[in-house]
Design a binder for this molecule. Sequence first.
Ligand code: GLC
Length: 487
Amino acid sequence: MANNTKKEVSIQKKKSVLFIASEANPFAGTGGLADVIGSLPKALAKSRSYDVRVVIPLYKDFSSLHRDKLHFVGNFNVELSWRNQYCGLFEYKYEGVKFYFLDNEYYFKRDGLYGFYDDGERFAFFSKASLTMMRYLDFYPDIVHAHDWQSALSVIYLKTLYKNEYGYDKIKTMFTIHNIEYQGKYDRFLLGDVFGLSDDNYNALEYDNCVNLLKGAMVYSDVVSTVSPTYAEEIKYDYFSHGLSPIVNEVSYKTVGILNGIDQTVYNPETDERLFANYTSEDLSGKKICKKELQKMLGLPEKDVPIIAMITRLVGHKGVDLLKCVVDDVLSEKVQLIILGKGEKQYEDFFKKVQDEYSTKCRAVIAYNKDLSSKIYSGADIFLMPSKSEPCGLSQMIAARYGTVPVVRKTGGLADSISPYNLERKDGNGFRFETYNAHEMLYVLKDAVFTYSDKKVWNKLMVTAMKTDFSWRKSAKEYIKVYDKLI
Ligand code: GLC
């Protein structure tokens, strides 16, 4: 009896957090955000101190592997200014985390996740529906943890429309910025007509004469976070903040930077089924096979020269211009270069041309291709990530985990996850350069190519990279500390 009572008390005491986000792996995603929402909740749930749930929209682009497993819970209506919209609710418990999916075909049955003229309205609906769902389920979490501008309104609504509503009034909020470039900026007219907020709220949301949802959530949330400690500092400056540095500085007293992890069970060269051969840091023979097969597959000579790889969106802030500037110097070395990615046409065209010119040394695959990306992460030797800015970045961690040594620019999460190799001290898990300068990058890249020729040293470096702890364990602990403090 006494035991039972104790158990009941501990069940009641379990605290809860609801993640509100626009994407989550393995269900629907376009980038790093989906990786985080697919893996951080799972790591938090393992701590057992929190009931962790996630809500995302039910898009048309939803993983067909999982669609049949969703369970229909019911439906409710969502008020959005003068609109009254249907919302279907589905749920699915996946790897210890309860996921909710919000269904409205008018808003979400479209090809792709974003890029529509009414994205503001679509994600206002999603944010409002996430809160309406709480009443429908009679589940009011202790904490709402919202991510990026698409769910910013959930925080804003909690602190405005819902601040005196029973159940909602005690919810604490954390807002994570995955990339400050995307802010959700809208004409003032939308404030009342779409978002359903009164003019009194304009000051809190206004920036540069627009409604800026990211700014609104930064102002209203109890804690703001970014995805690496260095990025949290960098965005205090104009160079990184896309205009928002005054607000970043204003809210710095309640801001933390917590480095993302990766799901080390998903990104694991020992078990990854996409690889030509599996391997571990103790036995790297499989990696040699991966390299040979990759060369064969792409029609590159099967030579023992270092393969430099880039897997990236081909856009400016990924530092593509730096490589563009010195690509001839890079390819004059005994190396092979593989580019995988899509993006701006100018870069796509440029790398296609380089491939034509250097047909025995360079391959540019203009695509998103998960299968090929695993084959490159495992088959390459050097992973280049010269980003102009990088809130966290996951590719450098994945590459390191597969023994492909990262060469990065020292910014954001790249600075926090990759430390420079030091021959004397024999530590470090990659190579770094500081200034956004093509020749500085070239110099460090050449150093990596040179180091590759010393097999003993290179092996040690690969093993250090592979053994770096990129798991969520440490970061999950930090999030829990923040949550605990909030409650
Ligand atoms: C964004 C950032 C990236 C980060 C990811 C997950 O995509 O650009 O650096 O790793 O979010 O937080």
